[in-house]
Design a protein around this ligand. Sequence first.
Ligand code: GCB
Length: 654
Amino acid sequence: MAAAAPGGSVAGLCPLLLLLPLLPGRAAALPGMLQPRDTPSRERKELGGLWSFRADLSPGRDAGFAQRWYRQPLRQTGPVIDMPVPASFNDLTQDPSLENYIGWVWYEKEVLLPARWLQDSPSTRVVLRFGSAHYYSIVWVNGVQVVEHEGGHLPFEADISSIVQGSPGTLCRVTVALNNTLTPHTLPPGSIQYMTDKTRYPKNYFVQNTRFDFFNYAGIHRPVVLYTTPSAYIDDITVTTTSSEHVAMVQYEVSVVGSTAYSLSLSLRDQEGKVVATGDGPEGELKVLNPNLWWPYLMHENPGYLYSLEVKMQAQVEGALLEDVYTLPVGIRTVHVTSTQFLINGRPFYFHGVNKHEDSDIRGKGLDWALIMKDFNLLRWLGANSFRTSHYPYAEEIMDLCDAYGIVVIDECPGVGIKLPESFGNKSLQHHLAVMEELIRRDKNRPSVVMWSVANEPASELPPAGFYFKTVIAHTKALDPSRPVTFVTEANYALDRGAPYVDVICVNSYFSWYHDPGHLEVIPLQLTAQFENWYKTYQKPIIQSEYGADSVPGLHSDPPLMFSEEYQKAMLKEYHAVFDKKRKEYVIGELIWNFADFMTNQGTTRVLGNKKGIFTRQRQPKAAAFVLRERYWKIANESSCLPPVITSHALFLK
Ligand code: GCB
């Protein structure tokens, strides 16, 4: 990525980003981040649609701060354009400098709030929440700064009651400054490189270097909502489940903010609306007789069974009785790892799935319901029972559907491209811990999430990687003892310093592609050796977390040559033959790289992006998709151990 920044310097480019302090530490210190829902006591208002937008093109990219663009309507500061939210801004205009822009951009939306939100003051709390904005955000409401957030893939919010309730009837102006600059200490890391050879580059020329293989799309990527709660409210709920054959226990913890004089009552309803268990108080256990367990797609005739946990709070605040209600979907399931198996509800689970990206034409990484639905329909058509959120947490809207459809998720944090020694230092480590806290806070109650992945392909053979991953994994387990933890490696089994700490070995390999390109015949030997070496060293189950080949749709060659659809198919078949032997032993999954073609930085090995998709970027199947479909349905039919025997995928399309 390159852009000319006259007069710029690293410090000049993003002074605030570089000087900002790290986010505060421990999970206990983090307030809750419940997904906004309409309930009898809560209302939501979506701020999607067109926002005003302005990229700061000043030499230091800092005119917006110097001139305080947040103090007035953005259109009064200079030229603005309309920008959809949610969406990445990069691909929306014909302007290459916006596509490759690095630095601060500004967004603004003016919104009228319902009078009842303002009149009920002080008993109504108004919250402004962002599903995600990439990468560093500062938010003002009516010119008053309300929140800053580092990280492009997780939600953040601010209580804006005191600002909006002070000026009822007026427009509420939300201004966001957003910076996509990555440094060695961000997640993912990156670095700005200045090209100082005046004979080769224009003055102040710089590029942003990253060590990951997807385009660094930026913008307000997920929905922005305003929502209300009473001023005393349910702040967080944590649920874990255990089960034996005829009885399940749902352990819960509820935290309340805004009052110490409150009572809590809970009721768990099944899908027919029948109350199956009740409880009270901030923590306890609900006993469910003959539970409907949450099963993965294709493992049961009714996958993704969700109960509804209704939590009701009543609190006395200044003589008034306030009531808050929140309903959380709850799936009852257990997860265990042995030295050779991954067990869901005590039964062996084989991951036959995909790696994805949040990526599409025009929208970039912006949330799009039509795309989400198409992707889930394709996953189910394929017979995929799982995916990894490569290489960052996906939208809550996507995770909701995984819960509901029974698609099993390996939930990965944005720890991708951790290669430089300086990205293993204390500053990076502290931030990585904070990101895991935010991720677990968001996704801890999701039955679909069966394992956390703390990184993808870090330089885990470097000496500091041992302490680094020991610490990140121990921290993750301390925050959530109920799920196994992994990271995805491409390091040599004998040199990897993080692998001792994971529960499941996740290994990526590209035999006959990046290694011995064109030589499909090396796969049986090399892949078998890969599995045996890892298993002998660690006696832990193994997932082939990536394998694949690029294919340009419509490019044919027989005998198969690289980049043809035939080569991609042939390579899959060679891998599958080895998987079939080893899954009888300790291989517990295979995740193709990748579900769909996706955009990357430009480079000599990328043809308008990465073409390892089995679907095109427009979600049309390549030949490899049919190979995988046949395989996944066959595995599903063989391994289904619950009646009725699965014969038709139509049965499972909800
Ligand atoms: C990998 C990375 C993934 C890349 C893929 C490739 O190992 O984990 O992010 O896109 O290889 O196609 O090179």
